[in-house]
Design a protein around this ligand. Structure first.
Ligand code: SAM
Length: 221
């Protein structure tokens, strides 16, 4: 969820993900591990249907979930969807290859899968946090399951990773006492905005992508 300490990574993700949606998302779209469907408002004008699937043990509420199922076994027919999206989910799956095979099954021939997943990110949604991915691992997993890679795009370089994680670290140090009125918390609030702003500018100058925070994968069935 977007908040003062993490606007940087969302800004970077959206700069690549939204154009990908505009280019590829169409028809019936399945959102695997949809959580709160954060891209609902962006997709609304692009697709005919936005169907969300998530598992019963999700840490998020089920308000936006249309189908209860796991990423390994989605209770729908084969060759049904024009588009699959799966954002920041496969790092939470014990068997990512099986889940990618399931996404391939539910997509129509020629359908497009759009995934995001981190290379560098702290532990989250514990204990269901299993893996981090390199672009070579992603290419292997998608091709192994019958997909053709359209592109694998790094989302941010060194400065985004370092700036975003520094900001998360500082945000975690806020004190419970007096909430926002606590001067330490106010200082942290100002600092996380400053760190993210400086990192954003530095990323424009140096985009060394071997340190990328995340990848965007676009793959075709
Ligand atoms: C980090 S959240 C991402 C949520 C959403 N896609 C987004 O971009 O904000 C990971 C999601 O994966 C879901 N998830 C974890 N394991 C799953 C599984 N085995 N099957 C389906 N969804 C799963 C979680 O419930 C959660 O909604």
């Amino acid at each position: 969820m977007q908040s003062p300490h993490n606007w940087l990574i969302y800004r970077v993700i959206h700069s690549e993900l939204y154009p990908a949606f505009r280019t590829y998302a169409k028809g019936k779209l399945l959102d695997i591990g949809c959580g709160k469907k954060p891209y609902k408002s962006v997709l609304i004008g692009l697709v005919d249907q936005h169907v969300g699937v998530d598992h019963i043990d999700t840490l998020h509420n089920l308000n936006d979930v249309d189908i209860i199922g796991t990423a390994y076994s989605i209770p729908v027919d084969s060759n049904l969807f024009d588009t699959v999206i799966c954002t920041d989910v496969i790092e939470h799956l014990e068997e990512p290859s099986d889940a990618i095979a399931e996404a391939h099954r539910v997509l129509k021939p020629g359908g497009i899968a759009i995934y995001t997943t981190p290379l560098f990110w702290h532990l989250h949604e514990q204990p269901r946090d299993f893996y981090r991915y390199t672009k070579f691992g992603l290419q292997y997993l998608f091709e192994k399951n019958g997909f053709q890679i359209v592109s694998i795009i790094p989302l941010g370089g060194f400065w985004i990773t370092i700036g975003q994680e520094t900001s998360y670290y500082l945000w975690g140090k806020r004190m419970r006492l007096f909430g926002k009125l606590n001067p330490v918390n106010f200082l942290i609030y100002l600092t996380v905005h400053f760190v993210q702003a400086v990192s954003y500018v530095l990323n424009k100058i140096d985009r060394t992508t071997i340190f990328t925070t995340e990848y965007l994968v676009i793959a075709k069935k």
